[in-house]
Design a protein around this ligand. Structure first.
Ligand SMILES: Cc1ncc(COP(=O)(O)O)c(C=O)c1O
Length: 396
């Protein structure tokens, strides 16, 4: 398998070291990330999957499941449900019940189902911007109006919300939260979550909270707190979307879960989903179970590796004229302010220089580009070097 170097010394068992430095060729695997630039000398650092192999424990469980050879319709394994419930308890002291879980083949469908479960066309939905683009499209596709709650960069390198500044309308039904936030990497503090909760209580809003990046904390002082644990109101009026997909690099399988404590809300959600969204496939459940059950050590070494990548990226970006970046508290995504370069279309200029990034305009702020640093260090160094050369060339 190549990236699991177990070793023993002096008879004592040592944790395996996983090799995140290994560069693996993804060309020819129909990878969205790599195929976008097929035949071009562009390093893809855009869509949010990582260029690391998934944990060997996940790969092994998949081998066993594939060897069984029958891939019929599959229910969520009891063991996965139990492990998920234990995980929420041990990580967040969050007591959840098996009945509250609705398994889904992805989170984006969860965002769309959530909006349609609690709104009618013509009503309004609040979301913080900039934001992962499917938040924006889930609102427009449901025929709803978008009310933006912009996050502002402060002098002391933080992202700040301004609840009082939201232009809320009488027909606003839903607050869509992304915590940790994609693309800024912000992790909302308890005080901020309490403020959001009070705001939602005051305006009688449901909350859809996407917490898929909650296990990718970079900042040692940051704590992921599920919004649903903040108050009784939060529990009864929220849909929390979670998945092992980002943390364990298994997004291509699609195994996610909506946690919906309120039975009425849960039934509405299931009703909207019915006959439109397919069930989760057999291999996806297998991968999710092995990720949550067997991959703790891989996860903790991944975080160490990502923290160093993040440090390297921040140092480089903030040393270049015209670029700046506020530290991400979580995720493997860097949100780079490129406005100082004065470019009309930054994404295409970066592509021409051999770096494929996400356009900030898609997230609601064209001053930015998003860089995915979930890759071997040598790949990141190559991308950062190309950025440095581009910035140098623009100074001439
Ligand atoms: C916040 C957030 N939600 C959802 C997704 C995608 O979820 P899925 O691929 O399960 O639909 C992403 C992927 O980048 C994301 O960052």
């Amino acid at each position: 398998m190549g990236n699991n170097n177990s070793s023993k010394t002096g008879g004592e068992h040592q944790a395996p070291r996983y090799d995140f430095d290994q560069v693996i060729d993804r060309k020819g695997t129909y990878s969205d990330k790599w195929d976008l630039y097929r035949g071009r000398e562009v390093l893809p650092m855009w869509v949010a999957d990582m260029d690391f192999r998934s944990p060997p424990e996940v790969i092994q469980a998949l081998h066993q499941r594939v060897d069984h050879g029958i891939f019929g319709y599959t229910s969520p394994p009891d063991e996965l449900v139990d492990i998920f419930i234990e995980r929420m308890k041990s990580q967040y002291n969050w007591d959840i019940e098996a009945d509250w879980l609705v398994w889904l083949p992805g989170l984006v469908c969860g965002l769309n189902i959530s909006v349609r479960s609690v709104t009618r066309p013509g009503e309004s939905v609040i979301t913080q911007t900039p934001i992962y683009p499917p938040f924006l499209s889930s609102i427009s596709l449901a025929g709803c109006h978008r009310v933006d709650a912009p996050l502002k960069a402060t002098e002391d390198q933080q992202w700040q919300m301004d609840l009082e500044g939201i232009d809320i309308t009488d027909n606003t039904q839903l607050f869509m939260l992304c915590n940790p936030q994609n693309p800024t990497g912000k992790v909302f503090s308890r005080e901020e979550l309490i403020a959001i909760d009070e705001y939602c209580q005051k305006h009688n809003l449901f909350v859809c909270t996407d917490e898929v990046h909650g296990e990718l904390l970079l900042d040692p002082d940051a704590e992921h707190i599920p919004y649903a644990t903040i108050s009784d109101y939060a529990r009864e009026n929220s849909i929390t979307l979670l998945a092992p997909s980002k943390t364990f690099n298994i997004a291509g399988f699609g195994c996610s879960v909506a946690v919906i404590p309120n039975k009425k809300l849960r039934n509405r959600f299931k009703q909207v989903r019915k006959s439109i969204v397919p069930s989760v496939n057999a291999l996806a459940y297998t991968a999710a179970l092995a990720a949550y059950r067997d991959s703790h050590e891989w996860h903790s070494q991944l975080l160490e590796y990502l923290r160093e990548n993040h440090r390297l990226m921040l140092e480089t970006i903030n040393s270049l004229p015209g670029l700046s970046q506020i530290p991400a508290q979580a995720t493997y995504l860097g949100w780079i302010n490129v406005s100082g370069l004065g470019l009309q279309n930054p994404k295409s200029v970066f592509e021409a220089a051999g770096i494929g990034l996400n356009s900030g305009a898609d997230f609601g702020d064209s001053d930015y580009l998003r860089l995915n640093f979930g890759c071997p260090r040598s790949t990141l160094q190559q991308g950062l070097e190309r950025i440095r050369l581009l910035v140098d060339s623009l100074q001439d």
